[in-house]
Design a protein around this ligand. Structure first.
Ligand SMILES: Nc1ncnc2c1ncn2[C@@H]1O[C@H](COP(=O)(O)OP(=O)(O)OP(=O)(O)O)[C@@H](O)[C@H]1O
Length: 831
């Protein structure tokens, strides 16, 4: 017997049969004849025969983990599911059944090997996968908890191209078949078993050609399980439908036409139940599985000696066209039967005869050769998919509002008691649930969150700190005198005869001016006491007036040539500041200086001198743009408005998409033929509504309530805010496609929030950043739009100005980048 690689072969009867009980079948020919008489004949596997099967898997390899440490799940597995059969896929938990099914439905990729579904490769137009030709019930429930049973069916029915009337007709049938409760019951109020039956109903709904059911009978009582199996048998009559079903109840697969027993990444056997029982002389299929598992563990040769004999006899084909050698070698490198043999020859060196393999058969099918151009491959969005998605997303929103209503205004049915009895099943029916906490959160999110954020920003940020404690040590009014509001004469101190000034107690006049800017002036008897107060965090600044402050000041003004250092020093107010807080220090030093100018201007006024006489010889005219006294609220406002809208949109879309993905609904929708683009646009349509509400709330409060400066065109302000929100939505899509869990998505969203706040010129001018950060800043999505909005609001510029339209262009470019990334991720990111 040749030592070829025969992984995945059926274990032979010879392996089981005791040596003292020799086989009764004498020759290989007899065995082969016997097989041919069976329902499913052994035959060679050609390209044409693979395309004829409902599902055909060849040399499938699939592993998770890293290349260094792979977790091999499928190890050269072959599988053949003829049309019109029920194929029971059995195997221990974790052996890879779900992985195999998700590869078949096109949601995971093999590392190597081929899969043919309904005559084409998954993803190619002819395979019907993804699409309505298959019905897929994943292992998880994968339903919308907030939807009723009927709404769930409508969503999946519309997705498959059915009309509402057709869906309603099927609902009646499926409710009876699967003993489901009233179709008006929300899915989340159903038991686990009921939810799984609704999931099965969704897969059966559109009567697909191929049904792929991952453990549909979990949590189902034996009577119902039998009726489900009866239904499956009925729909497979006349090769109408093919069913692949996984289950942990091995014995229920007696009704299957073929059973594939999976273990160690391969099939131990792929036979009809009767043959398995007969061949392995077992009482039950469980026994068969046990025997095969024991044999596999014993490391026995896992191939049929009969088949080995067949393979031994094959001869090298006469190759009609030498240029086709590679192709044919690839195609004929195994000899799996339509059903039953499951023998693969993955050994590259070996070639098996396939005399009937004509060049036409060997040619790759049309859709595999990818003759189409890129543009032709772009699928237009389908109307019935968009209708289903938009309806589903809108219903999600309305459902939340309705539960809010019932919370605030309890309906009669709610007040009359929480339970009623379902007409069909007499099971307790919970209607009008009390308000769900997540529903409050949803409303709080849509309106409350943007509202609270803009209110908090406008109330908390940018306003002048008042009431800062300032220590005053005024030696001019006397040693140890702590009077702050000391008396001064408020008339001109110029002698009318000599025109000499007689300035007295100018410190008191100064303190009077300062108190109008900073009211919390506290007198201290000495500099030491004031310093001690700073150390105890009682005051933020100290002002010290020398004893002869006013005289020295006067002397300095009158006779500048002869004043000495002592006079100059005595005419200076000594200031000590607590510089811990930059903003406070900056504002206090500004107040201290402006108060002096105020006092000097006042002196000039009462002496009928020009006001500018005692001021710094710099005059600030009215600003060209912006406020005369600028504030941080107006500076940061535009950036904060955009940040609120952007990140709420990120949270909204990434949250919705992740929930949909983690619940398995996204996968199910994709398998049903909905494309990633359609899913994204379905969300965009509905989320744009939410975002528009949020935009209105934020802008109304910013401009009408908090009176932020609005000098520019309102239309373009709204437009920029909306497209920034749209940009946030697309960023949310990227996050949800990149991250596996909500936790990582939260980290990513938070991790991007702070850098954007810091680097986009929202709270600090870009010109003040490190030069490298300035370059990075230009590349971020909120930088140009913030500058654009600021220019519109404060400078009153319109979209014709480069600074303004740059913001629109930059946001548009980011939308394209994010959308393209998320569509590509949805399309290509598979397990
Ligand atoms: N995304 C993944 N990443 C890494 N390992 C995975 C992933 N999905 C599945 N696995 C692993 O692959 C193996 C097969 O998982 P799979 O879900 O296909 O098994 P199964 O036969 O369907 O099990 P069960 O009958 O319990 O549902 C398991 O060991 C599982 O831990």
């Amino acid at each position: 017997m040749p030592g070829y690689d025969n992984e995945g072969a059926t274990i032979s009867l010879e392996d089981l049969r005791p040596k003292d009980n020799p086989i009764t079948i004498n020759t290989i020919e007899e065995e082969l004849q016997m097989r041919r008489r069976r329902q499913f004949k052994t035959q060679k596997s050609t390209l044409a025969s693979r395309k004829e099967q409902a599902v055909c898997v060849r040399r499938a390899h699939k592993s998770y983990g890293t290349a260094k440490n792979p977790n091999v799940i499928l190890d050269g597995l072959n599988m053949t599911v003829p049309k019109g059969t029920i194929y029971g896929l059995l195997g221990a938990s974790g052996c890879g059944k779900t992985t195999l099914l998700s590869c078949i439905v096109g949601r995971r990729r093999l590392n190597s090997g081929e899969i043919w579904v309904l005559g084409g490769r998954p993803g190619s137009p002819r395979s019907g996968v993804p699409g309505p030709r298959i019905g897929y019930m994943p292992q998880e429930v994968a339903l919308f908890g907030d939807f009723t049973i009927r709404e769930t069916m409508i969503y999946f029915g519309w997705t498959a191209g059915m009309s509402t009337a057709e869906v309603d007709e099927r609902i009646d049938f499926l409710i009876k078949l699967l003993q489901l409760p009233s179709p008006s019951r929300p899915v989340k109020n159903l038991s686990g078993g009921q939810q799984r039956r609704v999931s099965l109903a969704a897969a059966l709904l559109h009567d697909p050609e191929l049904l792929i059911l991952d453990e549909p009978t979990v949590g189902v009582d034996p009577v119902l399980r039998q009726s489900i199996w009866d239904h499956l048998v009925e729909i497979t009559q006349g090769r109408r439908t093919t069913v692949i079903i996984t289950t942990h109840y091995i014995d229920e697969t007696k009704q299957a036409n073929i059973i594939g027993l999976m273990r160690g990444g391969k099939f131990l056997a792929e036979e009809s139940p009767e043959e398995l029982l007969q061949k392995y002389q077992a009482e039950s299929l469980e026994d068969v599985f046990l025997k095969l598992a024991v044999l596999q563990n014993m490391g026995k040769r896992r191939r049929s000696s009969i088949l080995a004999g067949v393979i031994e006899k094959v001869e090298l084909p006469t190759v009609p066209d030498p240029s086709r050698i590679d192709l044919e070698e690839a195609e004929i490198g195994e000899i799996s039967g339509e059903f039953g043999d499951n023998v693969s020859m993955s050994s590259r060196g070996r070639v098996v005869v396939t005399p009937e393999l004509t060049p036409a058969e060997a040619l790759p099918p049309e859709e595999e050769s990818h003759p189409q151009g890129c543009l032709q491959r772009i699928k237009p969005m389908s109307w019935h998919h968009m209708k289903a998605l938009i309806w589903k997303n809108f219903m999600g929103l309305i459902r939340n509002y309705r539960t809010i209503d019932s919370f605030f205004a309890p309906s009669s049915s709610k007040s009359s008691g929480l339970t009623q009895f379902d007409a069909l099943n007499l099971e307790p029916l919970l209607i009008n649930d009390p308000m769900y906490p997540d529903t409050i959160l949803v409303l709080a999110f849509i309106v409350g969150l943007p509202l609270s954020q803009i209110v908090l920003f406008c109330l908390a940020i940018g306003h002048y700190p008042v009431g800062l404690p300032i220590a005053v040590v005024n030696y001019e009014v006397g040693e140890n005198d702590t009077t702050v509001k000391c008396h001064f004469t408020d008339d001109c101190s110029q002698d009318p005869d000599t025109f000499e000034y007689n300035v007295t107690r100018f410190s008191c006049q100064y303190l009077d001016s300062l108190s109008k800017r900073q009211s919390n002036l506290i007198g201290y008897p000495s500099e030491r006491a004031a310093m001690e107060a700073v150390r105890r965090d009682k005051v933020r600044a100290i002002l010290i007036f020398p004893a002869n402050f006013s005289e020295s000041l006067q002397e300095r003004l009158q006779d500048q040539r002869s004043v000495d250092d002592y006079v100059i020093n005595s005419s200076v107010i000594q200031v000590h500041l607590d510089n811990t807080d930059k903003e406070v220090e900056w504002m206090l030093s500004r107040d201290v200086q402006l108060a002096f100018l105020d006092a000097a201007v006042h002196l000039a006024e009462i002496c009928h001198l020009p006001r500018k006489m005692f001021t710094v010889p710099i005059h600030f005219n009215n600003p060209i743009y912006g406020l005369k006294i600028p504030n941080l609220t107006d500076f940061a406002g535009p950036g904060v408005i955009l940040t609120i809208i952007f990140f709420l949109a990120v949270a909204l879309t990434s949250g919705a998409m992740l929930a949909e993905r983690n619940e398995g609904i996204l996968e199910r929708s994709l398998v049903s033929g909905i494309t990633g683009t359609e899913i994204l646009f379905g969300h965009v349509t509905v989320h744009m509504l939410v975002m528009s509400v949020q935009t209105v709330v934020v802008l109304l409060f910013s401009f009408l309530v908090f009176k932020l400066t609005l000098n520019g065109p309102l239309f373009w302000v709204i437009a920029l805010t909306l497209i920034t929100g749209f940009c946030g939505m697309t960023f949310g899509f990227v996050i949800s496609c990149l991250c596996e869990t909500e936790r990582t998505a939260t980290y990513l969203a938070l991790g991007s929030f702070l850098p954007m706040i810091m680097l986009c010129g929202i709270i600090w001018p870009i010109e003040g950043m490190h030069i490298i950060l300035q370059w990075i800043s230009v590349l971020l999505p909120l930088t140009k739009s913030t500058e654009s909005l600021r220019s519109m609001l404060q400078r009153g510029w319109s979209v014709g100005m480069p600074t303004v339209y740059d913001g629109f262009i930059s946001t548009g470019v980011w939308i394209v980048i994010y959308l393209t990334t998320s569509i590509l991720l949805l399309k290509f990111k598979k397990g």
